[in-house]
Design a protein around this ligand. Structure first.
Ligand code: NDP
Length: 465
């Protein structure tokens, strides 16, 4: 974006008229829209952040002079590449791969790889943009990036997934490195995919370096990485409840998703005495009226992680009911914890949750709530934990995996667990300090402001480039 004076915050300081500021803000966002057409998720993520930080940026000539906001919404670099691989029938398949290196002011680019047919550049730009702020909140030296492919691992054999990953890494390996860019997993990229990707990197470069996180324990992975995002979500929510002198005991929690984030959030919730009443997958949701127990959780983990099966197959078991093509937000709950994908909790869902007396939403997935849904919860001054704060536990433990790899050591589970709890507590504290509006804490404002201050300060120190 060209540095255009009229689109940057007015520098007239305390005398700035708020109407002028609003129209400056809209002009700024319009320009971002024009430069990034057909990328609704990216534009929504930018709006959420910029709306919060714009008033802060008003009257800061240093931010204007270095075009901090303009640079914040423009990725440092984007790679797009062809990925050819052979399926089990000997047919050559062609997919598209991406890596978005968004901002490395705080450290090497860091963020997951997503393999899902819905992947496109706009979605990865939104995820990479969010990652910049999330990583800042962890307090670790990590920049933000994201990547992936429109490849769908579902229904593919292990060998097909392996050949895809190997081909994907041939190109990706040129752009990553322990001090440059360190990808991890995300939707469709779990330990199996990370193993194949890492194996290919080692073959190509003949080096054992920490260029990916989420590796298996035993070949460079950190204990607790797999559990970290879900556990972190619950630790963050626990800190929110504890501020209100409440806890999880007996609270009904509706979870969406049944992947890495969802099932480890469920595990931690059980440990805390909560009642998990739903999980879901892309086929629909499983209602568990009596609440999940450890036996059923084990069964679901086995179904989703080992057999790669569908929740539908559990209909009628242990009193569960499967609701095809529905989302879980119609079930009465105290807390809604969306852990599947973006845009899965819309205004209609928010209204249903509020009507059923829901205390708030804790975002496990990235941007699962639409802007309209977030607005409703904030208007009602309900608890609302934005993803960049609540789900930062995964990247935090990825950062700890990088440290262990650099030192060539493995830390004990207790140490990683302690560090994770400390980081989630610190993120909560930063959100409260920056988001305290007197009678309630606006966690959306708190997370965005606290993260922005860190990233902007580093960008100013490093000078423009
Ligand atoms: P997984 O692939 O392990 O699980 C994703 C789950 O969401 C599955 O149950 C999947 O169903 C469901 N799902 C995916 N897409 C859709 C869709 N379009 N509609 C309905 N359900 C869908 O992914 P993760 O658990 O790793 O990631 C979940 C979310 O958390 C994502 O937003 C991700 O970006 C975010 N996240 C993940 C982190 C991590 O450490 N893994 C870290 C921080 C954020 P099905 O089984 O049918 O495919």
């Amino acid at each position: 974006m060209t540095q255009s004076k009229q689109n940057t915050p007015s520098s007239s300081g305390s005398g700035t008229d708020s109407k002028d500021r609003d129209s400056d803000l809209e002009r700024f966002l319009d320009e971002v829209s024009q430069r990034n057409p057909h990328e609704p998720e990216f534009l929504e993520a930018v709006r959420e952040v910029i709306e919060v930080i714009y008033p802060e940026a008003v009257g800061r000539p240093d931010l204007q002079q270095d075009a901090i906001l303009e640079r914040l919404v423009e990725p440092d670099r984007v790679f797009s590449f062809r990925v050819c691989w052979e399926d089990d029938d000997g047919q050559l398949q062609v997919n598209r791969g991406y890596r978005v290196q968004f901002n490395n002011a705080l450290g090497p680019y860091k963020g997951g790889l997503r393999f899902h047919p819905s992947v496109n550049l706009g979605i990865l730009k939104f995820l990479a943009f969010e990652q910049v702020f999330k990583n800042a909140l962890t307090g670790l030296p990590l920049g933000g990036g994201k990547g992936g492919s429109d490849f769908d691992p579902r229904g593919r054999s292990d060998r097909e997934v392996m050949r895809f990953c190997q081909s994907f890494m041939i190109e990706l390996s040129r752009h990553i490195g322990p001090d440059r860019d360190v990808p991890a997993g995300d939707i469709g990229v779990g330990e199996r995919e990370i193993g194949y990707l890492y194996g290919q990197y080692k073959r190509l470069q003949d080096e054992s370096r920490g260029i990916l996180t989420g590796k298996g324990v035993g070949y460079g992975g950190s204990l607790l990485r797999m559990e970290a995002t879900g556990y972190g979500v619950v630790l963050f929510a626990e800190a929110m409840l504890s501020r209100l002198e409440e806890d999880f005991a007996g609270k009904a929690c509706a979870i969406s998703g049944s992947g890495n984030v969802a099932l480890f959030a469920a595990e931690k919730l059980l440990e805390k005495g909560a009642k998990v009443v739903t999980v879901s997958d892309s086929g629909g949701y499983l209602h568990i009226p009596e609440g999940l127990d450890t036996e059923l959780l084990k069964k679901i983990k086995d179904l989703k992680f080992a057999q790669r099966g569908r929740l539908e197959s559990l209909d009628g078991e242990d009193g569960c009911e499967f609701h095809a093509d529905e989302r879980p937000w119609e079930v009465a709950c105290d807390l809604a914890i969306p852990c599947a994908t973006q845009g899965e909790l819309d205004l209609e869902a928010a209204e249903a949750l509020l009507e059923n007396g829901c205390m708030g939403v804790i975002e496990g997935a990235n941007m699962p709530s639409t802007a309209a849904a977030i607005k409703r919860f904030r208007e009602e001054k309900k608890l609302f934990a934005p993803a960049k704060a609540a789900n930062a536990g995964g990247v935090a433990v990825s950062g700890l995996e990088m440290s262990q790899n650099s030192m060539r050591v493995y830390w004990k589970r207790e140490r990683v667990e302690e560090e994770l709890a400390e980081i989630m507590g610190s993120i909560h504290k930063q959100c409260v300090e920056a988001g305290d509006d007197g009678d309630w804490v606006d966690y959306v404002k708190g997370a965005n402001l606290a993260a922005f201050k860190q990233v902007a300060s580093a960008m100013l120190s490093l000078g423009p480039g």
